[in-house]
Design a protein around this ligand. Sequence first.
Ligand SMILES: *[C@@H]1O[C@H](CO)[C@@H](O)[C@H](O)[C@H]1NC(C)=O
Ligand SMILES: *[C@@H]1O[C@H](CO)[C@@H](O)[C@H](O)[C@H]1NC(C)=O
Ligand SMILES: *[C@@H]1O[C@H](CO)[C@@H](O)[C@H](O)[C@H]1NC(C)=O
Ligand SMILES: *[C@@H]1O[C@H](CO)[C@@H](O)[C@H](O)[C@H]1NC(C)=O
Ligand SMILES: *[C@@H]1O[C@H](CO)[C@@H](O)[C@H](O)[C@H]1NC(C)=O
Ligand SMILES: *[C@@H]1O[C@H](CO)[C@@H](O)[C@H](O)[C@H]1NC(C)=O
Ligand SMILES: *[C@@H]1O[C@H](CO)[C@@H](O)[C@H](O)[C@H]1NC(C)=O
Length: 510
Amino acid sequence: MLKVATLLATAMLLCPGECNFHATGIPSIPKDSSPIPNDLQSISIEFAYFPDYAGNKSQPNTFSKNLLHNLKAITGIAPKVRVGGTSQDHATYFPNQEDNIHLIYENPTDDQPIQINYGPTYFESYDTLGDIKYLHGLNMNQNSSSQQLKDAATEACTSIGDKLHLFELGNEFNFAPGKYRAANYSLLDYVHEWDMKSATVKKAVEKACPESFPGFMAPSFVLIDKIVTTTWTAEELFDLGYDAKNLTKELSFHNYMGVNAPPLPPAAFDLQRTLMNHTNIIQNLAPQIQRAKNLAYLGHPYTLGELNSIANQGRNGETNVLGDALWLVDFSLWAAEHGMRRLHFHQGLNYRYASWQPMESKGVAPTTRPPYYGQIMVANAIGKSKNTRIVNIPLAEDTESAYAIYHGKRLSKLVVTNLRAFNQTTSGTRPHRAYSFHVPARHCSAKVERLIGPGSDALVNITFGGISYDYALRRGKPALVHGPEEVARVRDGVLAVEVPDSSAVLLTLD
Ligand SMILES: *[C@@H]1O[C@H](CO)[C@@H](O)[C@H](O)[C@H]1NC(C)=O
Ligand SMILES: *[C@@H]1O[C@H](CO)[C@@H](O)[C@H](O)[C@H]1NC(C)=O
Ligand SMILES: *[C@@H]1O[C@H](CO)[C@@H](O)[C@H](O)[C@H]1NC(C)=O
Ligand SMILES: *[C@@H]1O[C@H](CO)[C@@H](O)[C@H](O)[C@H]1NC(C)=O
Ligand SMILES: *[C@@H]1O[C@H](CO)[C@@H](O)[C@H](O)[C@H]1NC(C)=O
Ligand SMILES: *[C@@H]1O[C@H](CO)[C@@H](O)[C@H](O)[C@H]1NC(C)=O
Ligand SMILES: *[C@@H]1O[C@H](CO)[C@@H](O)[C@H](O)[C@H]1NC(C)=O
């Protein structure tokens, strides 16, 4: 509390009357860089749970469709959906299976099945969500029959048709030594196996489907110190001749901030230290940003083809709360500014970091979860412009961040996050921070849209811009629950706003 008081008294004053502004400056034009893709906020769905998310022809999942369509309505481009993950490398295609999918669990309470058997009707799920482009995962792990691989790829291209954006062959194969393959399976072995199998896929698809071969997202490695110790690197992978035929169209690497595995500190502590922490986000993304630079010579967009907050499906009290949504906003804007071209936030039924629960399962009704609101806020920050750029505005603390958003060369919006944890059961008033920014003289006011809820630990009652996307209200369609619209005036070229702890604000200049 002392810290808050000091901060308010000295740094960024917002005081009616004797104003002594120390307003923060904003770069007048952005750095020269590629515009931010409108589908930055994209989705990855665990292969085993895709039918639960999408439904099928007789029972389409309109809730998921609505939530995906909301993002399209905001940015003009539908999010891309990658269907894959660990279960993709445990999935076997049976051309004669009538049911869409059979999931075989070792223990019924496990997060993921150990075996997935799917048939042609699995692909009905690609027709239920409307105008979405897909990245479809093929099993690289199975090595008993190349016919299996050909059948699976052929069925995918004929069924998904022009909605198929790219294939993916294998998930996180950097884990293969000692898991899917002998302990001495080398990076070079992987190069040979992937090159051989990708050629098999291409040949089968070209035979079955008239359109030109779409290509792959690859290599889908997770190379994070906190998760895996490996000598495999992406730079060496390509030096060894990986993808000699240049079938890759987009680079994909996976990202997590930590892992849900013992020893675990209390969830609320880890939420502040790991997720609600701008410094930690910068440190976590630094290797990805470096790798993107190292691999830029390949000429492929660099994506995070699967990511979320805490690996192993997340952690209750940390990844299913408002604090995680604030992490998602700060993470996404930093990643976008530094060259990550798409972010596929990973989803699975009952996963603890999921943006939504698509259907009733394990006693949990369909519901929109806090992370979804982070995705909505980022989509709003990017908007429909084809000429959006993002520049971070450095602030003093680990627990805050700000970004300027430009359309062309004009400053258009500002984002501020206040990442200080606030427990919703705390009595008394919620602390806030005051921010002020110098903005170009032509602006008189700004629309204020807040990402907020009862506290960093809140599971429900989250809104962005006063809007709820919950299932219970309109099955995921926007529902205005707090009005009226908030406006901030610009005075003497300074835009000032108060941001409560554990909330974020999007300011759109008039
Ligand atoms: C379609 O989904 C419903 C509900 O999950 C399920 O009962 C049905 O078996 C599915 N259809 C196919 C062909 O798998
Ligand atoms: C996979 O199968 C092919 C063809 O049988 C064989 O050449 C290759 O060595 C196998 N790879 C592994 C890693 O078992
Ligand atoms: C790798 O290990 C297998 C046994 O698991 C062995 O047959 C093979 O020779 C080894 N390969 C190399 C290159 O050491
Ligand atoms: C919030 O405060 C309550 C009451 O003091 C406490 O039981 C709970 O553990 C706190 N929650 C978090 C996430 O710190
Ligand atoms: C934020 O993360 C950095 C880097 O991991 C760490 O040094 C710092 O203590 C963290 N801050 C908080 C408030 O936990
Ligand atoms: C590989 O294809 C990409 C486009 O997908 C292109 O940018 C790149 O120059 C190609 N690389 C080579 C070596 O042809
Ligand atoms: C959520 O908001 C509703 C309506 O304002 C309220 O009745 C409910 O108690 C809130 N739930 C929580 C857990 O804050």
